[in-house]
Design a protein around this ligand. Structure first.
Ligand SMILES: [Zn+2]
Length: 181
């Protein structure tokens, strides 16, 4: 059975209500272009009908699941590439590393091991957090950051949380990362 496509003007209205930015089409084959926290969504039309890119589908899934705001990510503080933010959201979800609450567009990219302490600028050493949480915890050592993250999840462990003890040392954190957790 064919999935009935959602009426586009209705979809557009839902996008706007969720904080998405509606962009103008850039060529005659685009019927809709918009920016959300999932990236730039594009809906094309052609002989074979409507085509939705991955970002457009992700935005639709987000709306269908009533997951709240789709407002594009505004990166405060240090300038970061939105591709990094998208990759981290894909890996970790859209929750703050420190407090576990939804980021909702209030996003900073933080290093687990600070660059000043030799931490790499690689995604394995990066996570997302609220600007305020980052401000409070950004100067701490990696084990202290992990301890804060774990204590905020103590009652509701999430499947993605690495199994690192409350007294984790930096080498234990490194081992957890190397094993892909
Ligand atoms: Zn937070």
């Amino acid at each position: 059975m064919m999935h009935k496509p959602e009426a586009l003007d209705n979809f557009c209205a839902r996008l706007k209500a969720a904080g998405a930015e509606i962009l103008g089409p850039t060529n005659p084959y685009e019927i809709m272009r918009f920016r959300t926290s999932k990236g730039v969504g594009i809906i094309y039309t052609g002989r074979r009908g409507e085509t939705w890119n991955a970002e457009a589908l992700a935005a639709r899934d987000h709306l269908d699941a009533n997951r709240g705001s789709l407002a594009p990510v505004k990166i405060k503080g240090r300038r970061r590439n939105t591709a990094t933010v998208s990759a981290l959201m894909l890996r970790d979800g859209d929750d703050c590393f420190f407090c576990g609450a939804r980021l909702d567009g209030d996003v900073t990219v933080e290093h687990l091991v600070a660059v000043a302490h030799g931490g790499p600028n690689h995604i394995s050493n990066l996570f997302l957090s609220h600007a305020d949480c980052n401000q409070r915890a950004g100067h701490l050592s990696a084990p202290e950051k992990v301890r804060i993250a774990l204590s905020s999840r103590a009652t509701t462990p999430s499947p993605g949380t690495p199994e690192v003890s409350q007294h984790a040392t930096r080498s234990e954190v490194g081992a957890a990362e190397r094993s892909g957790l």
